[in-house]
Write a protein that binds this ligand. Structure first.
Ligand code: 3PG
Length: 267
């Protein structure tokens, strides 16, 4: 980069908002360097409200690395399920709006197990998002990217993981200021090779692959640099919850925690 022999006394730089700002002559060189260092495609910052224990959403995901995706038939099983996850060292769950018991289950966990990072999943409508937050959910997850649901979540300051599966959808999420997305359905879409291929152009995006994740393929997903966490139902199977076998859930969650702790990120 050639430094001009004569610096202008004042340089007026255009801003994206079409307003302009006067840069004092002495700051011009610094400004130019900083502008060059900015990433080619910069993501707007997603609001990161603080959740349980003061952790923001991305830090929470980085800490747990696994989101148990729960389909619950009866709210009566919600609290023992949540306690089994906390006991296993996996204090996080996404209660999906796939059953009529979802809102009551969220409310029961929020009241009795506040140390669990509690989200609502399969949030397809604004009404479900509203119900989930009113019941005590701290974050929202969806299989798709619905503009109204995203707008509502942002208005309410709730973190949201929208589902994406194509470069265009990732680009849309970025344009909405969302830099963490759920890749869904991860395995059916092509698994780890597909994830790596689709993530490559979007270096500032972090992914939560979900759909077909198991104890077997979890290490390979967590090894991908841009994967912040994985979601899955394998350690919280609905028939095991319905049978009240919370020892089995604790064991499966403990195994997931051990796998996550041992996962090596590829650099
Ligand atoms: C979801 O709702 O996120 C997925 O259905 C979870 O997928 P899985 O059951 O294959 O883990």
């Amino acid at each position: 980069m050639d430094r001009p022999s004569k610096l202008p006394s004042d340089l007026v730089l255009p801003l994206p908002s079409k307003k302009s700002v006067a840069i004092p002559a002495g700051m011009w060189w610094t400004c130019r360097i900083q502008r060059r260092r900015r990433p080619l495609r910069s993501a707007p910052t997603e609001p990161q409200p603080r959740g349980v224990r003061g952790m923001d959403f991305e830090h929470m995901l980085s800490a747990v690395r696994v989101i148990p995706v729960v389909e619950i038939a009866s709210a009566d099983t919600a609290v023992p399920l949540a306690r089994a996850l906390v006991d296993a060292g996996l204090p996080c769950a996404e209660i999906t709006f796939r059953t009529a018991a979802a809102a009551d289950a969220i409310a029961a966990i929020a009241a009795a197990v506040p140390e669990l990072h509690l989200g609502a999943g399969t949030v397809l409508t604004v009404a479900q998002a509203e119900t989930a937050l009113a019941a005590g959910a701290r974050f929202l997850v969806a299989p798709n990217l619905d503009l109204d649901v995203v707008a509502f979540a942002r208005e309410r300051g709730a973190p949201i993981l929208p589902g994406v599966c194509t470069p265009t959808e990732i680009g849309l999420a970025l344009s909405l200021g969302l830099s963490i997305v759920k890749l869904f359905p991860a395995e059916a879409a092509g698994g780890v090779p597909y994830l790596k291929a689709i993530a490559a152009p979007f270096r500032e995006v972090r992914f939560v692959p979900t759909g077909g994740i198991s104890a077997q393929n979890l290490p390979a997903y967590l090894a991908v640099t841009q994967v912040v966490a994985c979601g899955g139902s394998w350690m919280v199977k609905k028939d095991v919850i319905a049978a009240g076998d919370f020892a089995a859930i604790r064991a499966a969650a403990t195994e997931a925690v051990a796998i996550a702790a041992g996962a090596r990120v590829q650099r």
